[in-house]
Design a protein around this ligand. Structure first.
Ligand code: BDP
Length: 715
């Protein structure tokens, strides 16, 4: 006989598709309170598609939560949810709501009285504000807010909050670990998959308002007529949700399509060609957002092929888009194939010199750190250093360097660490967040972008916990000063459980998780020591690749005397690219935060750490600490067995087992390698790696996921 489920939530298998928009039945008093507050919905007359999206979400949400979809009422009535703008319902003006400060996208959600009836008023200046307010109300319901006293208002602190999909036209995803791309280009434009709507719902629920559909390593076809038709179809699904589409374009497109002999940005024919393309795109997609460009980076073509600058290139495209209100998002992730300068320094050198030279509709998009989405990096020195150039932040949600989808690493604290760091540019307190949201330099256009982690896996992200990273990014894009802990809490409450004991246990794991990855992969400021190509697993020994900066040995510089990259004046002097106060701090190992020690310094193995241990001992301690943390996560997760539906619990547990095994591998292989170069014995009590260094080196993973379209000329 089959055992009966003991937990009511076990009645059905949860696969994770619903993300944080998981409207499971409420019971008891919480349910009654919601029912009393959601008897009917009142919406503006002649509702737009955006309003209909809000209504659909309320229907879906309440059908799930209380088992009954509210009726659409013509008039305000007791217990209604009222969606109103001052234009749609002039009566709300008498409430003197603080709508003026909420801009075009902000919202207010308030329990109040209208015409003598108790209602929940969702008010905004625009329909998209009402949609955001609707999601906020549903969030409040599911996180147990007091609905009788609800009074929440919020407006985004940055204008553009964007996802960048590194999705290829053949549906592979570069650095994607969640299956094929969600965009099924092959069946577009005819088939508008339901997943596009669900993507739009999830994305809009976070306030994300832009999405780049294709890989920054772009293909030329994307701007041709058949593909524009496909993009148009996606744009039509996303538009009601307030999401604009953007495309990544390849610099040499006019030449490669055979239309022109040159892509020189100063050649008028090149501008004319892009103008014509822009017109074709805008004819199909009137609210098209613009182009994202990776140029002269990792083998991609760009204006420098014609001895023109990044500004020449960006400004030419900007001219083509300007008549339509389009933007050029020009990436600062550049390092040259010929320059032997520390890769850390190259983007700064290039773009600092161009400050003030970009057209008004150009934004430079800068990765959070100067190397490449490592588990930990100090913030990119460009932040705060180019007051005349609007900068967008580029984070990575997909975990290219953090164990792919199988490692649990909540990235909220990583985003927060960068955003809250003080650039010291123009005085103390100029945090990266203030640069990004425009307060520091008065940028006219502000934005935050991130490389998405979505795919067609049923969890969307390849794992249940990676959903939290999408969520955290969106919430922090809306408010770069938000607390990653508060965000994790509300995510857990919507995704797993509102039981305070369960929330506390999961929250603790999440908040410790990224630090654990740093410990077992890249402790004390080490970076880019992953195996090359796929970046899966350790590869600190790799030294045979064509370009020096593709090799991990370039980054850790370990030999028998010591370890670390000297970025002080005696080395590459990258530290000097930071504001003087920071440059000074980073120039002395004693004042450099321990987490960045080997990022900035090459130190002897016997260097005395604040703990009293030598650097060699400390390094090993950190590797061990990382593995122990994951062992702990497993045990703690196991204890939640009765609190979480069977399938999701089991899937997370399985991934944690993989993570533990791989953390151990990272620790063992790294120790084996560093012991071989340092020629040091393992400190007393250290468990020796079970395999020889050669055995670790011999592991190869030709089929590791996420490498996208072949061939890949870079690492
Ligand atoms: C690196 C990735 C590579 C990307 C590149 C980029 O390994 O796949 O194309 O960044 O951001 O992190 O352009």
């Amino acid at each position: 006989m089959l055992a009966l489920p003991l937990n009511p939530a076990w009645g059905f298998e949860e696969e994770g598709y619903d993300l944080w928009l998981r409207y499971r039945p409420l019971e008891g008093p919480p349910r009654e309170k919601v029912e009393a507050r959601a008897k009917a919905i009142v919406v503006p007359k002649n509702p737009s598609l955006t309003i209909l999206a809000a209504v659909a979400e309320l229907h879906r949400g309440l059908s799930g939560l209380v088992g009954r979809a509210p009726v659409l009422a013509g008039e305000v009535e007791e217990g209604a949810v009222v969606l109103a703008t001052p234009a749609s319902m002039p009566a709300i003006k008498s409430l003197k709501l603080p709508l003026a400060g909420l801009g075009a996208e902000g919202y207010l959600v308030r329990a109040t009285k209208l015409d003598g009836h108790k209602v929940t008023l969702i008010a905004a200046n625009s329909d998209v504000g009402l949609l955001y307010g609707t999601f906020a109300w549903l969030r409040a319901v599911r996180t147990g807010a007091n609905l009788e006293k609800l009074d929440e208002q919020s407006a985004p602190k940055v204008h553009l909050r964007m996802l960048n999909h590194w999705d290829n036209l053949d549906r592979t995803v570069e650095r994607g670990y969640a299956g094929e791309s969600i965009w099924d280009w092959w069946t577009l434009p005819e088939v508008k998959d339901q997943r596009y709507v669900d993507y739009a719902r999830a994305t809009a629920s976070l306030g994300i308002n832009g999405t780049v559909l294709n890989n920054v390593n772009a293909r030329i076809e994307i701007v041709t007529a058949p593909w524009i038709a496909k993009v148009k179809a996606v744009a039509e699904v996303l538009r009601p949700y307030g999401i604009k589409v953007y495309l990544a374009v390849r610099w040499s497109t006019p030449v490669e399509l055979g239309d022109l002999k040159t892509a020189d940005p100063l050649d008028p024919k090149v501008l004319a060609w892009w103008k014509e393309r822009a017109e074709a795109i805008y004819a199909a997609i009137p609210d098209f957002g613009g182009f994202l460009v990776k140029a002269n980076s990792e083998g991609q073509p760009g204006p420098q092929d014609y001895e023109r600058s990044h500004a020449d290139g960006a400004n030419m495209l900007a001219k083509a888009l300007a008549p339509h209100g389009g933007l050029v998002l020009w990436r600062a992730f550049v390092y040259s194939a010929h320059d032997t300068e520390d890769r850390h320094k190259q983007a700064y050198t290039e773009f600092k010199a161009l400050d003030g030279k970009f057209a008004k509709n150009v934004i430079v998009q800068v990765k959070n750190g100067a190397i490449d989405f490592q588990p930990r990096e100090p913030f990119h020195p460009l932040f705060g250093a180019v007051p005349k150039t609007p900068l967008f932040m580029e984070f990575q949600i997909t975990k290219e360097y953090l164990g792919f989808a199988t490692h649990l690493a909540y990235l909220g604290p990583m985003y927060e660490e960068v955003l809250q760091d003080d650039t010291h540019q123009g005085g103390k307190g100029t945090t990266v967040a203030k640069v990004i949201d425009g307060r520091a330099h008065g940028y006219k256009i502000t934005g935050v972008a991130a490389v998405a982690n979505t795919g067609s896996h049923r969890t969307w992200c390849g794992s249940h916990f990676d959903q939290a990273n999408w969520y955290a990014f969106g919430r922090m894009a809306w408010d770069p000063e938000a607390s990653s802990e508060a965000i994790a809490r509300e995510w857990i409450e919507q995704t797993f459980s509102t039981d305070p004991r369960v929330v506390k246990a999961i929250l603790a794991i999440m908040m410790e998780s990224r630090e654990a990855v740093v410990d077992y992969m890249t402790p004390l400021g080490l970076h880019h020591v992953m195996a090359t190509g796929h970046h899966y697993g350790p590869g600190p020994w790799v030294s045979n690749l064509k370009r020096p900066e593709w090799n991990p040995v370039y980054y850790h510089q370990a030999d028998k005397n010591g370890i670390g990259f000297d970025r002080t004046a005696s080395g590459s002097n990258a530290a000097s690219q930071y504001a003087p106060a920071l440059a000074k701090r980073f120039s002395d190992p004693k004042t450099t935060p321990e987490k960045y020690l080997l990022w900035f310094h090459h130190l002897p193995w016997d260097y005395k750490m604040p703990s009293g241990r030598t650097l060699w001992e400390e390094l090993i301690k950190r590797y061990d600490r990382g593995v122990d943390a994951v062992t702990g996560f497993r045990a703690r997760w196991d204890k939640l067995k009765d609190d979480i539906d069977v399938r999701r619990h089991r899937e997370v547990a399985t991934f944690l087992a993989i993570q533990e095994r791989e953390a151990q591998w990272w620790r063992d292989a790294s120790i084996a390698y560093f012991a071989s170069v340092s020629k040091r014995p393992l400190p007393k009590g250290t468990i020796p790696p079970p395999l020889s260094l050669d055995e670790y080196k011999s592991l190869s993973f030709p089929y590791a996921p996420g490498r996208g379209l072949p061939p890949r000329p870079y690492y």
